[in-house]
Design a protein around this ligand. Sequence first.
Ligand code: SF4
Ligand code: ZN
Length: 318
Amino acid sequence: MSDQREPVTFDKWILDNRGTKNPVDPFKPYFWLAEKERQVSGETENTGTIFLTNMECPFHCLMCDLWKNTTDRPVPVGAIPAQIEWALEQMPNVKHLKLYNSGSFFDERAIPVADYPKIASLLNGFETVIVESHPKFINESCLQFRDMLKPELQIAIGLETVHPQILRKLNKHVTIDNFRDSVKFLARNGIRSRAFILLRPPYLTESEGIFWAQKSIDFAFSVGVECCIIIPVRAGNGAMEQLLGRGDFSLPKIESLETVLQYGIGLKAGRVFADTWDLGLFSTCPKCLEQRINRINAMNLNQEVVFREKCICEAIEI
Ligand code: SF4
Ligand SMILES: [Zn+2]
């Protein structure tokens, strides 16, 4: 892949490297989970996430594998409320709910506007509802949906990285100015936002990955984000395997995730969480993996830096 490729060619290259999608049912979410999450209030409370089956996102970000559980066409009116109802029947009691749709909640081809009232009525019993959106779809529709909701609405936006060249190479069709404008628009309208930040996107070394994740957290808080989520970058979508093979990408280390989480929490500028999905991928040392996972979980929940014993693997690296 040349850095100079036009977006259309790059899109094609990303698409050509994909595998097949998983079979999905437009009337059932493809996954749900319930976990503890630290709230703005300082309380740690049960939070549910419903991974809605939805139409594929119109963007084709280099690192994204969310297309795997999407449909090729818009889901019918009524399907998204049916999915939420189904998931809530399975889920234990939670106070806060994330509705993640593998794209942008406010993309009208993803979540039909005609479904907003029914969705809002299903969410009456929650304290907070969190949805995700690309900056392109942050506009008056967010306010239209917010006005129907009883719970507080929060919106998660992928900042990814503030490294301008890398952000362009991620093919997200977004700039840091777009991100800033979206967060400010939401803040003016009383809506809290959270930022997804990548740890070590392609083309960066381990230390550059740490540096730019930290810079991205600084930027997100400086423009008014309330919560940052650090996501260690994985392979798994075909294009990333190609980059792995040619040495343009390596998985970040779990130690780097700890370093960035520690940095973000230390700022005391808002909540900072590390994404804990499949952390074993980022470690080569079975001796300290469990300790590191426990440490990351504790830091996520308490928003305080936790002491850690040095492991023999760190001595070997020196
Ligand atoms: S905008 Fe989000 S969901 Fe869409 S391709 Fe990019 S990372 Fe994936
Ligand atoms: Zn170790």
